[in-house]
Design a protein around this ligand. Structure first.
Ligand SMILES: NC(=O)c1ccc[n+]([C@@H]2O[C@H](COP(=O)([O-])OP(=O)(O)OC[C@H]3O[C@@H](n4cnc5c(N)ncnc54)[C@H](O)[C@@H]3O)[C@@H](O)[C@H]2O)c1
Length: 300
């Protein structure tokens, strides 16, 4: 989709972080926006800030729709609100996501599983089911961006549940790419696989629903503590979400499928290591271990 001016973009998880970064980039390019998020106050504030805009995006039309993407009927309602407001939709970013704990898979609670699968995987599924038939039916150019993670391309020792959801989003996006070539050739797909980005992802618990509250705290060991500190440091020193927004906009214009934010040799090396182990039928290895210190510098 070379010309995005005046097109309608829906962004889930649009109130903060990467979703907000995408919204700002789209607004600056003259797109109309529908922002969906479960955090209502942050959603309204972001919508107002983008409407008020500075220079490039001032006066842009922004509709804010409180939405829990884990609930199919709420995403269905989001699609209806979008069409009622703008009469069409051209870009869908299935971006809302959460991260949970770091305890071993067998100790994670069913609430942990249900919450993270509900948001990170079913949220994307709901977006696809509610919007892709509309995109195809319209007969115009359309684009779906699914936010996975670099964790969806590599072996995850530390945060298994998160990795499971992100591998699933990569697989789903790859299948869609193939299927749309015959069933909806004007609709393109990208899968966004960020490395570390400066957002509130490590504060995901703020959005955990009360009915899925059971979880196990990560044990208070020196090892767990240093892993937590390192994770926080990586995110704090991560890329600015607006840079990711600009990257996504470019990928939509160029119709590029895989969108990586960190492309240096160490990051890509973690993907390569997994692929080579699979092809050589070797056991999985934890990635990055000997390169942790260099990781922050390796942005490609
Ligand atoms: N920050 C990183 O380093 C990083 C790296 C790789 C992938 N990601 C992915 O990027 C996406 C955006 O996360 P972020 O880093 O911007 O974090 P963030 O916490 O700043 O933003 C996530 C947004 O999703 C919203 N959200 C959470 N649950 C929701 C639900 N059920 N329905 C609707 N909205 C919901 C939150 O309110 C928040 O506004 C996620 O899918 C995340 O997994 C982030």
């Amino acid at each position: 989709m070379k010309d995005v001016q005046g097109r309608v973009a829906v962004v889930t998880g649009g109130a903060s972080g990467i979703g907000r970064g995408m919204a700002e980039s789209f607004a600056a390019a003259g797109m109309k926006l529908v922002l969906a998020d479960v955090e209502e106050e942050a959603l309204q504030k972001t919508a107002e800030a983008i409407r008020a805009g500075s220079g490039e995006s001032a006066g842009v039309e922004v509709l804010a729709v409180p939405t829990d993407v884990s609930q199919a009927e709420q995403v269905e309602a989001l699609a209806r609100r979008t069409l009622d407001a703008f009469g069409a939709v051209h870009v869908l970013c299935n971006n809302a996501g959460v991260a949970v704990g770091g305890v071993p898979t067998w100790e994670s609670t069913l609430d942990d599983w249900n919450w993270i699968l509900g948001v990170n995987l079913m949220g994307v599924v709901h977006g696809i089911r509610s919007f892709v038939p509309i995109l195809i039916e319209q007969g115009e150019e359309g684009h779906v961006v699914n936010t996975a993670s670099i964790a969806g391309l590599m072996v995850n020792g530390g945060n298994a549940l998160y990795g499971v959801t992100k591998h699933a989003v990569v697989a789903l996006s790859e299948s869609m790419h193939i299927q749309l070539q015959t069933s909806g050739p004007k609709v393109k797909v990208s899968v966004l696989c960020p490395g570390f980005i400066r957002t509130r992802i490590l504060e995901s618990e703020r959005n955990r629903p009360a009915e899925l509250a059971e979880t196990k705290p990560i044990p208070d060991t020196p090892l767990a503590d240093s892993a937590r500190k390192m994770g926080r440091q990586f995110v704090e020193q991560g890329l600015d979400p607006r840079e990711v927004g600009d990257l996504v906009l470019r990928a939509i214009r160029e119709e590029r499928f895989y969108v990586l934010t960190h492309t240096g040799p160490i990051w890509k090396g973690t993907i390569q290591q997994r692929m080579e182990n699979i092809l050589a039928e070797r056991d999985p290895e934890p990635p990055l271990q000997e390169h942790l210190a260099e990781l922050l510098e390796d942005r490609g």
